[in-house]
Design a protein around this ligand. Structure first.
Ligand code: ARG
Length: 588
């Protein structure tokens, strides 16, 4: 369905044209004075200069011509030249019935579906997930779902950090602890045992231990660097260990991400891009883009309009080793080969912005990606504690994601368990769902690029702009619908009614904005706009519910119609939270 706002703009633009003005002045926006009107047009003010008259004259003329439109119940021209508009309730009713009858709630799939790769998650193997990984997972997952809902072909890639010194460190430490492992045997070939030589907990202990030691022990660090070199240059035994590290880590990561309702299509990593590096470097050299500077191989990426310094993009270090930039460039080459994407979106900490400016510019300039490929950096801010500093455990350490989640689930469980009717099992599952809504909504309701304070008490509250409040609203509707059915009501019977009062009208108008809200949120890669929309919708619903007798409505037909509004509200809210990556329980 065409967006309601577009329909209104079309009608007002037509009126401008009929009055002898240009159509572009007829742009309509949602009113910023809801006490006066629902929509407004400020075009008369903009056009006054061009048409050499007072804005109010234009507004009056257009208002007069709009009065015949069935779209509006009220059109007012007010000083100095605003057009204040109210929609005809019957028009809104018809629009909503169209939504209710449509499987996709009036949100058409895009006419130009794009192939998009989203790079998010980005955990490093052999290290537990910590709160620093939360935002990329939550925001990336939501952008992926939004893109799919709008109709694009979206592939989510976790892009594991599985290449680098951490591998050499683990191997070195393992060699000290278990020198008899077959992998360290010179004669080792590829027939390695399938059993991993460590568990995930061992791995998570080995890595930090090795990392700490390398900072004090220079010889140990040399050894680790050499091991890294060997694993990257075909040492069979070491590569077998690398494979074990990957397997053990990925199994654990999958479990952790599943707890967050986060699902990746691809479990590729930095290591997958390595085979593309030699040819890529060759090409950059041959075509004259890469040159040697102080021993290193670099590509200039600065532009005349830069306001801050953009250093050259380094392709190889002076010892010939590749870097983070090299890997990201090679990953673009790989993605082009495998997916030929129209767009690649990176959901990464905004402190990495300069790295991506360099990578994007280098990829474009050298033709590693097509000129029309859109490279987007969706940089997010830091998740802070209540003290305004990066979120830490009470002891001041880095908080493991698992612990954070179980803390919140426990907190939610305590609240749910107060209800004696709910079984232990249901209470646990419900707590998990509400807990997840608290974490995700708490994050997503902020503009991604901003830092925010992770305030558990606020996020888990059932009141205010929170995930649990949204779930509470959905559960409330579910419970009314259940009661309605228990009383013999038929959910298929009602039609959306013409709004009879302000709170119903507000609810219906808010529902009608659904398709616009989602399209807009994707265009701007802004899940927070979905949050803002459902918060408004939940408030509109609760106000309506407070003021309206529903199950108590005596007229059977009218009751069925009110129930139709409830069902539509529920579907819209459920679709939106699915896009945000969480779900509602049956009761709470
Ligand atoms: N593993 C990286 C880190 O921990 C994040 C990866 C982000 N994605 C990318 N293509 N560079 O910082």
């Amino acid at each position: 369905m065409e967006k309601l706002l577009d329909r209104i703009t079309a009608a007002v633009s037509e009126a401008f044209v009929n009055c002898g003005y240009e159509a572009e002045y007829g742009k309509v926006t949602i009113s910023n004075r809801p006490d006066l009107c629902e929509y407004q047009c400020n075009g008369a003010m903009a056009g006054a200069k061009k048409y050499h008259c007072a804005p109010i004259q234009i507004a009056n003329k257009v208002a007069e011509s709009l009065k015949e439109q069935e779209l509006f119940s009220e059109v007012n021209a007010v000083n100095p030249g605003f057009l204040n508009l109210k929609l005809a309730p019957a028009y809104v009713q018809e629009y909503l019935q169209g939504m209710a009858d449509d499987e996709r709630l009036g949100c058409e799939k895009t006419a130009n579906p794009k192939t998009i790769v989203i790079d998010y998650g980005g955990p490093n193997v052999a290290k537990p997930l910590h709160v620093g990984h939360l935002r990329s997972a939550i925001i990336g997952e939501s952008v992926k779902r939004l893109g799919r809902f709008v109709g694009h072909k979206v592939t989510g890639d976790i892009h594991l950090g599985d290449w680098g010194l951490q591998m050499g460190l683990i191997i070195t430490e393992l060699k000290e602890r278990k020198p008899d492992l077959v992998y360290f045997d010179e004669s080792y070939t590829s027939e390695y045992p399938t059993e991993a030589p460590f568990t995930i907990s061992e791995l998570e202990e080995i890595y930090p231990a090795a990392s700490a030691r390398s900072k004090e022990d220079e010889a140990y660090k040399e050894q680790a660097m050499h091991a890294t070199y060997l694993v990257q240059h075909g040492h069979r035994g070491y590569q077998a260990i690398l494979q074990h590290i990957l397997n053990v880590s990925v199994t654990d990561l999958k479990r952790n991400y599943a707890n967050l309702n986060v699902e990746f299509d691809l479990w590729k990593g930095e290591s997958d891009a390595q085979p593309y590096i030699p040819d890529m470097v060759e090409k950059l050299k041959k075509e004259g883009f890469a040159y040697e500077s102080e021993g290193a191989l670099v590509v200039d990426v600065k532009e005349d309009t830069d306001t801050k310094e953009v250093p050259p993009c380094m392709i190889l270090k002076s010892d010939g080793a590749s870097l983070y930039t090299t890997t990201d460039l090679a990953t673009l080459v790989e993605r082009r080969k495998l997916f030929d994407p129209d767009e690649v979106i990176y959901v990464v900490d905004k402190r990495q912005e300069m790295h991506f400016i360099q990578v994007f510019r280098c990829a474009k300039k050298t033709g590693l990606v097509k000129p029309e490929t859109d490279l987007e950096f969706l940089g997010f801010g830091t998740m802070n504690g209540k003290d305004g500093k990066p979120f830490k455990t009470r002891e001041g350490g880095v908080m493991r994601l698992e612990y954070l989640i179980s803390d919140i689930n426990e907190k939610m469980y305590q609240k749910i368990a107060e209800n004696p009717e709910i079984s232990e099992e249901e209470a646990r599952e419900t707590a998990r769902k509400i807990g997840l809504s608290a974490i995700k909504y708490g994050d997503l309701s902020n503009q991604a690029s901003k830092d925010y304070v992770f305030d558990i008490d606020r996020f888990t509250s059932f009141e205010g702009n929170t995930g649990p409040y949204i779930l509470y609203t959905i559960v409330r509707i579910k419970s009314i619908l259940n009661k309605y059915q228990a009383q013999g009501g038929d959910l298929a019977k009602g039609r959306i009614p013409v709004a009879e009062n302000d709170s119903q009208k507000t609810l219906e108008l808010t529902l009608a904005r659904f398709n616009g809200a989602l399209e807009n949120a994707f265009d701007e890669l802004a899940p927070h706009k979905v949050c803002a929309y459902i918060y408004e919708l939940a408030n509109a619903f609760n106000k309506f519910y407070h003021e309206t007798k529903i199950l108590g409505e005596e007229n059977e037909e009218k009751r069925a119609d009110l129930v139709a509004v409830l069902q539509l509200t529920k579907r819209v809210l459920e679709t939106c939270i699915d896009v945000l990556g969480f779900e509602a329980p049956e009761r709470m």
